[in-house]
Design a protein around this ligand. Sequence first.
Ligand code: PLP
Length: 396
Amino acid sequence: MIIGATPPSGTGIVTSMMDADGTTAYRTTQGRSTGTPGMRITTNTPPDPARDHPADVDLRHHGDREVAPGLVDLAVNVRGSAPPPWLTERIAESLTRLAAYPDAAEARAAVAARHRRDPADVLLTAGAAEAFVLLARTLKPRHAVVVHPQFTEPEAALRAAGHTVRRVLLRAEEGFGLDPARIPEEADLVMIGNPTNPTSVLHPAETIAALARPGRVLVVDEAFADTIPGEPESLAERADVDGLVVVRSLTKTWALAGLRIGYLLAAPDLVRRCAEGQPLWSVSTPALVAAEACSEPGAVSHADAAAVTLADDRAYLVARLRAIPGVRLPVEPRSSFVLAHVDDGLAVRELLRERGFAVRRADTFPGLGPDWLRIAVRDRATTEAFAAALEGVLSP
Ligand SMILES: Cc1ncc(COP(=O)(O)O)c(C=O)c1O
């Protein structure tokens, strides 16, 4: 609903917008107050929802803020503490070529081959995070929808680019499953994660693909797709779905968060438009070499084997958590992290820190709250020590 009024001073138009379901979306013009309470007066300053309506939660809080020296890190979803030696060697070899400007051609071809796409469908980015920023700056959505709970950078990037965002909140009592009917028909941009961080839900690929519409861009964040053996619900190869953009990250499975490497897969025209907005050479030579190396068949098999081990480790963590009175898991987790519900979650998190374990608070995810915690899947010994600490906290 748009409400417009001419302010008493006659200097402009007051506008505000309320979301149809009353939950989320706002857009106002920015201006000085003229003494009419609650009104903002238009000046020549362009509207800026991020500035006018700061998010209700800290969308820029991420797991890395939870870790501290001396704490076992169950907050960050990066696997392992370093890339495998063969990958480190490939990256190290590239350091002899740092004098030259980066050339993405080979990495682009390798990523394209890995997903059976055309190189024109691929844009290498400085992590998935840069892909969200490029999309937010390139697209001009009138009805942007972000499906939450999910990783918060897509919404943060949209807001920073000046877009109004409407949230669709999936519900715990429905296992955070996706009901396509909840996505407003008029949405011309839909952003969803699969598997979803932090719920660890894996949506069926067909349910997501069915959200595509003429005139709609459908962005699927598949940063964790390779944590699932065989990637059964990935849409990365689906060049046939109109408006589909798949965003991938190489920083999780390959422990390359500090290198910054990811990519998006989309129709060539959108790839070209995003590339035009990308700072020149933003993906460094070592990062491009990593993308090439991680896309080779041997690396993909390696990731798949790691996903099988991860499933075992996750089953162990889930069994241990389910055995602890007071811990509830809303869904069967499918990725490298588990979302758990405990009473007094923020206090539990603090007590866990005192016992040496950092878990990810979840109250900064729209749709969750202080009683949710996200716990990374680690090896059994770590899980065992963590479960003992949690038991101690919950039943002292
Ligand atoms: C779901 C999800 N997507 C994307 C990202 C960003 O990944 P990258 O390190 O590639 O920017 C993260 C990082 O935590 C994430 O959790």
